[in-house]
Design a protein around this ligand. Structure first.
Ligand SMILES: O=C(O)CCC(=O)C(=O)O
Ligand SMILES: [Fe+2]
Length: 400
C-alpha cells in the first residue's frame, strides 16, 4: 500500500483501485477535482481545466496558424533525425504565435510563483487525495525557486510538492491546463502533424508538458537523457530499424525567443548519443566529466564519427525535436541576461512490434478522468488515451 510519501500519480492506472486515496479522487466530480487544483489565490481566469463544450469549440473556431510549415518540411529529413537523435527547426513560429508563446510562458511562471509564495494551508489537500502535509517549504527554498523551473525541492512529498506537481497545481507542470494558448498548441493540427512526421506514424499520444524557464543567474542543467520505458532503456546499442520500432518519445522544446551558444541558458546535445540507450549511465554534472567518462571512448554507431558536444544557438521562434534517449544539458545563464522562456511538449508512439503504448503518468488526474468520462474534445481524448486505457497500455500501470 502506498505510504504518504509516495504519490499515486494517476488513480486510473493504479494497481490498487480500492485504496482510499485512489477512491477519493475517482469518486469526485470533475468539477470538484478541477476546483481543488486551482486554489483561490491562483490567477485562473480562463483556465482550460474549467472549459466546457463552448470554450473548446471557441478554441477550434478562433485558432490561428502557429508554424511556417514550408520551413518545417524544408529542414526535416526523417532518416537524418533517426541517425542524429534530434532535429533543429529555426525560426518556424509565425510572429504572432511567437509573441503569444512568450506571453503565455510569462503568465505561467507568474502563476507558478504565486503558488510558491502562497499559504499552502488554504489548499484543499483532501480534494487532491491526501491529508494536509506535515512540513512546509523553507523560506530559503522558496526564494531560490521563484522565477525559474524545476527549482522547488521535491525529493519527497512531506511538504506536498509532489502532490501539487502531480495535479498540475504548479503551472510549470502541464501548463497547457492553465494557459489557453499553450492548450491550443498542444492540440494544434500543425503541432500534431510535426509529431506524426517526427515519429513516423499517424497514431501519436501525449506524454508530458512543462515550462522550462531559465532566469539570469541560472547555474545550468547537468547531462542526462530520458527513459522511454517498456524495457527499452539501459539495454545496449540499437541499429536504426530496431530503434525506429521502439515506443519512442520525442521532446519538443520550444524557444520563442531563442538563445545564444554561450552563457545564455542554451541547449547542448550530442548527435548519435540516443542509439546507446543509456539513460542510467549517461549522467554527468558538467561537460568535462561527460567528455572524459562517456564521449571519449565512443563513436557514432552508424556514421563512426567521434561523439561531441554541440552548443546550439537558436534564433527566435525555434523548436528542437529530440528523441528521449539523446544526451542533453543546459548552459548556465549569465546574471545580467534576460530570462530564457521555453515550453516542452513530449509526444510518443506505440511499440511497432507489440502495439503497446506506455502509460502516461504526467497527465494530471483531473485530465485523465475528464478524458475517460468523455468530457473533452476528441483530439484530447485520443492524445490522453495512455493515461486511462488499460487495453492500450496492456495492463501496465507504470512505464518503467
Ligand atoms: O531547459 C532546457 O532547455 C532543457 C531542459 C531539459 O533537459 C528537460 O526538461 O528535460
Ligand atoms: Fe531533459
Amino acid at each position: 500500500m502506498p505510504d504518504l510519501q509516495s504519490v499515486i500519480r494517476n488513480p486510473l492506472l493504479s494497481s490498487d483501485p480500492d485504496h482510499p486515496r485512489v477512491r477519493a479522487v475517482l469518486e469526485a466530480s470533475s468539477d470538484d477535482l478541477a476546483n481543488a487544483t486551482r486554489p483561490s489565490f491562483l490567477e485562473h481566469s480562463d483556465s482550460p481545466v474549467f472549459w466546457g463544450p463552448a470554450e473548446w469549440e471557441g478554441m477550434d473556431r478562433d485558432r490561428e496558424d502557429i508554424f511556417n510549415w514550408e520551413k518545417i518540411e524544408e529542414s526535416f529529413d526523417p532518416e537524418r533525425f533517426l541517425v542524429d537523435g534530434y532535429a533543429v527547426f529555426k525560426d518556424i513560429m509565425l510572429p504572432d504565435a511567437r509573441d503569444r508563446w512568450v506571453e503565455a510562458a510569462k503568465q505561467g511562471q507568474w502563476i507558478n510563483d504565486a503558488l510558491i509564495r502562497a499559504d499552502w494551508s488554504q489548499i484543499d489537500w483532501e480534494g487532491l487525495g491526501r491529508p494536509s502535509p506535515e512540513n512546509r517549504l523553507e523560506s530559503e527554498a522558496i526564494e531560490k525557486a521563484i522565477g525559474g523551473s524545476q527549482q522547488v525541492p521535491q525529493s519527497d512529498d512531506s511538504a506536498g510538492v509532489l502532490t501539487l506537481r502531480n495535479h498540475s497545481v504548479f503551472a510549470e507542470y502541464f501548463p497547457a491546463g492553465h494557459l489557453p494558448f499553450l492548450m491550443d498548441v498542444l492540440t494544434h493540427p500543425k503541432m500534431l502533424a510535426l509529431q506524426r512526421m517526427a515519429l513516423g506514424t499517424h497514431d501519436i499520444f501525449f506524454d508530458h508538458n512543462q515550462l522550462l524557464t531559465r532566469p539570469g543567474g541560472y547555474s545550468g542543467g547537468s547531462w542526462h537523457s530520458h527513459k522511454i520505458g517498456g524495457g527499452h532503456d539501459d539495454c545496449g546499442t540499437a541499429d536504426l530499424n530496431t530503434y525506429r520500432a521502439q515506443p519512442n518519445a520525442v521532446l519538443n522544446i520550444c524557444y520563442p525567443e531563442g538563445f545564444e551558444a554561450e552563457d545564455d541558458g542554451g541547449l547542448k546535445i550530442v548527435r548519435g548519443s540516443h542509439l546507446f540507450r543509456d539513460p542510467s549511465g549517461c549522467r554527468f554534472p558538467d561537460d568535462e566529466a561527460m567528455e572524459r567518462e562517456w564521449l571519449a571512448d565512443r563513436t557514432h554507431p552508424v556514421t563512426s564519427e567521434p561523439l561531441q558536444i554541440e552548443r546550439l544557438s537558436l534564433p527566435p521562434g525555434s523548436l528542437v525535436c529530440c528523441l528521449s534517449h539523446a544526451a542533453h544539458a543546459v548552459s548556465p545563464k549569465a546574471v545580467d541576461k534576460e530570462t530564457r522562456w521555453a515550453t516542452l511538449y513530449c509526444y510518443k508512439k506505440a511499440d511497432e512490434r507489440t502495439g503497446l503504448v506506455l502509460p502516461s503518468h504526467a497527465v494530471p488526474p483531473v485530465w485523465a478522468v475528464k478524458a475517460q468520462r468523455g468530457e473533452l474534445p476528441k483530439v484530447l481524448t485520443e492524445l490522453f488515451r495512455p493515461s486511462y486505457d488499460r487495453e492500450l497500455t496492456q495492463g501496465l500501470t507504470d512505464p518503467y
